[in-house]
Design a protein around this ligand. Sequence first.
Ligand code: BGC
Length: 725
Amino acid sequence: MPDVSDLVGRLTREEKLSLVRGARDPEGTATGYLPGVERVGVPEFRMVDGPLGVRIPEQRATAFPAALALAATFDPSLAGEQGAATAREARALGQDALLAPGMNLVRVPHCGRNFEYFSEDPLLSARFAAATVEGIQSEGVVATAKHFVANNQESGRTTVSAEVDERTLRELYLPSFEAAVDAGVGSVMTAYNRVNGTHTSDHRWLLRDVLKGEWGFEGYVVSDWHGIETTVGAANAGLDVEMPGVPMTEVVDAVEMADLNFDSERLDGVPDGRKAGLFGEPLAEAIDAGEVPPERLDDMVRRVLGQLARFGHLDGVGERERDSVHRSVVDSPEHRELAERAAAQAMVLLENDGLLPLPEDADVAVIGPNVDEAKLGGGGSAETTPFRSVSPAEGLTARAGGEVTVLRGAPRIPHRSLFDRLPLGDDSTPREWETGEAQGRNGGTDQGDDAVESDRPSLDDAVEAAREADAAVVFVRDATTEGRDRDDLRLPGEQDELVESVAAANENTAVVVRSGGPVELPWRQKVSAVLQAWYPGQADGEAVASVLYGDRDPGGRLPITFAPEGSYPTADERRYPGVDDRAHYEEGVFVGYRHFDAADAEPTYPFGYGRSYATFDYGDAEATGERSVRVTVENVSERDGREVVQAYVRPPTAPGDVERPVRELAGFESVEIPAGESRAVDLDLDELAFSRYDPEAGWTVDPGTYVVEVGRSSRDARSTVELRR
Ligand code: BGC
């Protein structure tokens, strides 16, 4: 491996500056591009979106299930597989770094990007973040942990300040990033927002003290796209690379700026050419003026070159491994299979009165406004255009033994995207936006045959078809996107009415929900089954059919709480979306199930919940160490099944007036258990669940008795065991 310090010493200042600020990619494939320095053998470097699959304009790649779906598997090994597969495709498409994974905590149920994130729980998020990073980097591609930190809403995303205390940051919002650093992540992306008044790319405490200091992060910190505000502040705080480096006015027009949710006024007063050029000439000037030490520029360059060296990019221009990787890895049978397996394992069975698995020979009415489209993902930088996708109609038709009738029954729910062309001005309300042309940045989403039914689908026809069938399956969905939060948690359009009408016509009605976060399901007691499928990606219909017909057990459990909109801890304007551009995280550590437990409130479906087609009996849990337990789980049914065994720690009362959550997820394991068999499941309990962060004393484990609840969800303990600390 070349000596990076030596290399830095051989670079001119001009060359150094070219390695810390993005430029236009002559190939036009990269999301972010560094030109390299050919003179000394530093090659070009390409960074590409995103977390659900590679996003390159005019290129296709596998559309994997959303990150939130992955986390629902409670099986981080799948995240490792998906990360590795995405990285193989990125490399085959000439890219060197992935702008993934996203790992912000799901704090606000309305957040338009929840589908890109893992969970409301820091441990679940951390485990998936680490596994994804390891998977991506195992293929020689740099992973990017984003968005550092407290980027929990899209409303006012470039201006809002998360007002959050240190304990809350440490216990909830930072752990997934620390886990990514521990897993060796090569890059961290700052967030668009501020934290306690300071923009994240100017935030010394976050970047210099915590990330690089305490955690010992040695990679490079990259800005979010156009997400840098100052030259001197960012350079001295610890930002290493500015992206995309190309002035905003050159890459986006005014309409797109509105889409991107940029506060254009923020750019007023910023001299032309610097609107996204703060690490170019201005950095040179700041160094000359003595405002940024020259060693800082060397450090930035060393960090970038360090990652290039680590992943073999400095071993000879033109001879890089990527050149020998054949394009056929993209859309390989292995990647298709993985996309389908992960999507199926992520599905959470919320309700089932016995209708599912569907009988082989049942005549089925397959209904839904978008029944002819796979739900690939949400809108924005995580959009991927796949080579192939399977719609619910196609998937069910291919799998069913009986007759299948397909009807939409309600007007289509358009895909919403950050990249849609919006009407200008303040009257571009979400409703108008929803009816706009769906147009992905990759040139449309190409989701199948529009000709299932006319544009004015008839509810009566759908109801009639449901009445005549043995069973009805209704597919509903939301339409979330980067850049906008949801207005409410209801399903958009006429979907609730559609479900009610179909359920009234056929008592064997199952509903498949494809959503990027929690949704309200007002009819859930009136239907026979509800299957939560998230955003399944290209394999949608195929994966859903395999679970509906019982080829696979629904292996997913909720990584987020489902509850009525008004009962979330952020149902208060000060907290969300905030007032005067400040979102007050006054709920502290009581986010997600921590809130519902503390409030003793009944959620609709609790964190960790999900049914199986099999039935499991739990034995008595026993302690096997200071932080480990074992429990034997028996599948007492006649079906093979998949169980997610979960352990939650209930801490003793903390001293003084420190309030702690009732319980915290401490360990979990997804296990397949054949019919009639038992498995001894060992759970290592994470120190995070035992500890609390004391701003004075640091991480603290209070002495006392910790009750470990072992069971099927955060509200379904089957056995408890006490551990003394
Ligand atoms: C998003 C990032 C993304 C970047 C590049 C930004 O708008 O916040 O997640 O990686 O764009 O597309």
